[in-house]
Design a protein. Structure first.
Length: 305
């Protein structure tokens, strides 16, 4: 099932990075097709445990019949709350694959892909009210400009935002085709690449992906046992920068030039294991084109003296 639902990216590298103990407790923050989870379960003994998070209702269909698995149908930003709910205060390893699952891209009705027509939706959690259509229909020009510039790195984000605000009063932007047709004249360069960036920006906004990632990362040091590991796979520079800075410095801020008179040394409980991000092999990139932009970073909780 998981191969058609979602091909797990950097699978062996992630499992190796986690250094799984047979009787350990592990968390898969993004269960999806269950590829990474199955690989973790193969390394766990009968006393091991796996907690699998996924806010997407469809992912539940991929759950293995295994009493070592606890499934949490919620966003990983609530990781600490749900681990405590299951009387789990500290775990041996945590992983997250931040990519959108192939299933979400391939289901036309979900509205994630520019390849199909369907509602402009993009909600990973179908229980939430805000869709991509809500964003393009109600955000101000300034809000739209900012999100296309920051989350999609769209070259003419200001022109695009102005165009959306101008046309939305005359035509409905509720479907993918209607949205693309209404904006044809402002498209720069390759239309497929252009709309991929626009859709990425909308998806990040609709699902508050960067906000959720920040909240999750901040909880991780407290949740890991000393020596426990975190492995996170990112798919674009915005995510990767957050993970890199947090692993290195315990903060999301970029390091500033140091002032010798100010001691603002951040206490960091994590040690970076991957000095450079791990990227997929040529073979994997050929086999799964969606793995091309992926990067894996691994960190370990250190013993605080």
């Amino acid at each position: 099932m998981e191969e058609t639902y979602h091909i797990p990216v950097l699978l062996e590298e992630t499992i190796e990075g986690l250094q799984i103990k047979p009787d350990g407790i592990y968390v898969d923050c993004t269960f999806g097709g269950g590829g990474h989870s199955r690989a973790i379960l193969q390394q766990l003994g009968p006393n091991g445990k796996l907690v699998a998070f996924d806010q997407d209702e469809d992912a539940k269909r991929n759950l293995p019949d295994d009493d070592r698995v606890i499934f949490v149908p919620h966003n990983f930003r609530h990781i600490q709350r749900f681990l405590r709910l299951h009387q789990l205060n500290a775990v041996d390893g945590i992983m997250a694959d931040l990519g959108v699952s192939s299933h979400q891209f391939d289901e036309a009705a979900r509205g994630f892909s520019t390849r199909f027509d369907g509602d402009l939706d993009m909600r990973m959690d179908q229980r939430q009210a805000v869709t991509a259509f809500t964003v393009v229909d109600t955000y101000t020009e300034a809000q739209l400009h900012k999100l296309f510039e920051q989350y999609g790195e769209v070259t003419n984000s200001k022109t695009l935002a102005r165009k959306i605000v101008a046309v939305r009063g005359q035509v409905s932007l509720k479907t993918i085709d209607a949205f693309k047709n209404a904006l044809r004249e402002v498209v720069k360069g390759n239309p497929n690449k252009y709309f991929a960036q626009v859709f990425q920006a909308l998806r990040i906004e609709v699902n508050d992906e960067l906000g959720a990632l920040k909240e999750m990362l901040q909880q991780l040091p407290k949740l890991l046992k000393p020596g426990g590991r975190i492995a996170i796979i990112t798919f674009h520079s915005l995510e990767d920068r957050l993970v890199k800075n947090f692993f290195r410095r315990g903060t999301f801020e970029e390091p500033e030039t140091t002032n010798p008179f100010i001691n603002d040394e951040q206490v960091n409980e994590l040690k970076v294991i991957t000095k450079k991000p791990v990227i997929p092999s040529d073979t994997e990139q050929k086999r799964n084109s969606r793995s091309r932009s992926s990067k894996l970073r691994v960190a370990e909780k250190v013993m605080m003296v």
